[in-house]
Design a protein around this ligand. Structure first.
Ligand code: PEP
Ligand code: MG
Length: 544
């Protein structure tokens, strides 16, 4: 068995045989032609043929993946008629007296390079599109006809890369999954695969191509981006189980979408989703979460090689708020340090990083970093319903300092005439025993608490969450943890604050009833758990 990893772009599991996608042989030769008018005419004919094919692809895509995704073929149509593109082809034919195929290939390379060099990710992805239409024109000039994957059975299509038109042309009923060695998640191929509900993994790397053969058994895990070639029996059984679970979950999804999170006796709870990147909002919407209960903003810092600017942050927060269209979005300020390191922060190496300079401790000692994030958050607040949450709190004085800095930022923005929402909720994470124990003092200062059970477990039970050897001692159902949560819930409610749980324990359905009995107001879980928790909540009777 061999294992490879890429980026999963549609979460589902496929188990089956590999079929290597064979690209057409479009190697183009440079041929001298005196009849340049004749070559330009050939380009015109190829263009007409291409136009008809793209129209058909548009209609197929419209039926299979909807209008928004079919639009890519409208973009292709526009590219085909683009003046600069056509001008370049004609110019090469006339000045160099060469064949149409060669002129198109050179133009395609030139335009693809130009797009690839652009800053904007959307424009970069257009590089694949210009190659796609050009290859189609060249294939038409060479008289190569369209082919579908001819296999009888459903197969896992593996390719170096797939162009959007190749993706749509494949017979969807015969494709179990797509795997490509290259490709970006912003590419339309990835988006189309996702919308065709086909598990897809992209960017597996070149080495993968050298290892695959037609007919080989494989497992594609679109959730994690992992591929297993010739899996052993144990792995196979594990994934058969995972696949079944996923299918059951997707059935649940259909029944539970749009339903309330309410117990048999009428007690309601909010079920929100946790995200770690703007890219995850699609999953939040698809799983019908009532809001975002934890946006781990540190991804913006971890993905960059330098501090993200106020503008970069503003545009990410704005996008999340706008997409959630008025549903609550709780963004947690920077939680860097411990296991999440970014070199440019220049943090010292520590003996005990989990007990060291992390999260709010960095923000309070380096307020310039903190203020940039707060400015971006407040500026974005006018685009939706924002809550800001602060991690790793241990004392009242930390919360008071945070509130002062927030006040400074609001004053600065007012002074600059920059709008922000007056209704931004401010909350703290309860993820240290200290915060839970003094929650009576902290609750009057904030609008909400959110319990980070991952760290609360680590700090309460003295079990490093990074150390697999002590996992057996990290009993998440430990009475100490549950008592601390109950204590924080009581203190929140006595002081007019609400309380949620955003650590992994929120998705533990064995505890859903316990949490409801404590009066927990919100559970924020990974998007794929939203409906499972909803299902559990709807079966609970608190007998009230
Ligand atoms: C937690 O500690 O439970 C939490 C939600 O935060 P993180 O896992 O990001 O530390
Ligand atoms: Mg935490």
């Amino acid at each position: 068995m061999k294992k490879f990893a890429g980026k999963g772009v549609y979460g589902a599991v496929a188990i089956g045989r590999i079929s290597i996608f064979k690209k057409k042989d479009l190697s183009v030769k440079r041929v001298h032609r005196n009849d340049t008018a004749g070559e330009i005419k050939r380009v015109e004919c190829a263009k007409n043929e291409t136009r008809e094919q793209i129209k058909k692809l548009y209609e197929k895509a419209l039926k299979e993946v909807g209008e928004a995704n079919a639009q890519i073929f409208e973009v292709h149509m526009m590219m085909l008629d683009d003046e600069d593109y056509n001008g370049s082809i004609e110019n090469i034919i006339e000045t160099q007296k060469v064949n149409a195929e060669y002129a198109i290939a050179v133009t395609a390379d030139h335009f693809a390079e130009m797009f690839a060099a652009m800053d904007d990710a959307y424009m970069q992805a257009r590089s694949a599109d210009v190659k796609d239409i050009s290859n189609r024109m060249i294939a038409n000039l060479m008289g190569q006809k369209e082919e579908n994957n001819a296999s009888e059975d459903k197969v896992i299509i593996c390719a170096e890369d797939l162009a959007p038109s190749e993706t749509v042309t494949l017979d969807k009923d015969k494709v179990l999954a797509f795997v490509t060695a290259y490709g970006s998640s912003n590419s339309h191929t990835a988006i189309l695969a996702g919308n065709m509900n086909i598990p897809a993994v992209i960017g597996v790397g070149e080495e993968f191509l050298g290892e695959i053969r037609d007919g080989q058994n494989a497992i594609v895990d679109g959730f994690t981006g992992e591929i297993y070639l010739e899996p052993d029996e144990e792995t196979l059984q594990k994934f058969i189980h995972k696949q079944k679970e996923d299918e059951e979950h997707k059935k649940l999804l259909l029944n539970l979408k749009g339903r309330e999170n309410v117990t048999v006796d009428g007690t309601k709870i909010n079920i929100y989703a946790n995200i770690g990147s703007v890219d995850h909002i699609g999953a939040v919407l698809a799983n019908d979460a009532g809001g975002i209960g934890l946006f781990r903003s540190e991804f913006l810092y971890l993905e960059n090689s330098d501090f993200p600017t106020e503008e970069q942050q503003f545009s990410a927060y704005k996008k999340v708020l706008e997409t959630m269209a008025g549903k609550p979005v709780i963004i947690r300020t920077l939680d860097i340090g411990a296991d999440k390191q970014a070199d440019y922060f220049g943090l010292k190496k520590e003996e005990n990083p989990a007990l060291g300079m992390r999260a709010i401790r960095i923000c309070l000692t380096r307020p310039e970093i903190f203020k940039t994030q707060l400015r971006a958050l407040y500026r974005a607040s006018v685009f939706g319903k924002l809550g800001i949450m602060f991690p790793m709190i241990t004392s009242e004085s930390e919360v008071r300092q945070i509130l002062e800095i927030c006040e400074e930022v609001r004053k600065e923005l007012t002074g600059e005439g920059i709008e922000f929402s007056p209704d931004v909720e401010l909350g703290i994470m309860i993820e240290t025993p200290a915060a839970a124990i003094i929650s009576d003092k902290l609750a009057p200062l904030v609008d909400f608490f959110s319990v980070g059970t991952n760290d609360l477990t680590q700090y309460t039970l003295a079990c490093d969450r990074q150390n697999p050897d002590v996992e057996v001692f990290a009993d998440t159902h430990h009475e100490a943890i549950l008592r601390l949560i109950a204590m924080a819930a009581d203190n929140a409610h006595k002081n007019g604050a609400w309380i949620g749980i955003c650590g992994e324990l929120a998705a533990d359905t064995e505890l859903s009833e316990t949490f409801l009995r404590m009066g927990i107001d919100e559970l924020s879980v990974a998007p794929s758990y939203v409906l499972k928790v909803r299902d559990t909540v709807r079966k609970i009777d608190l007998g009230k």
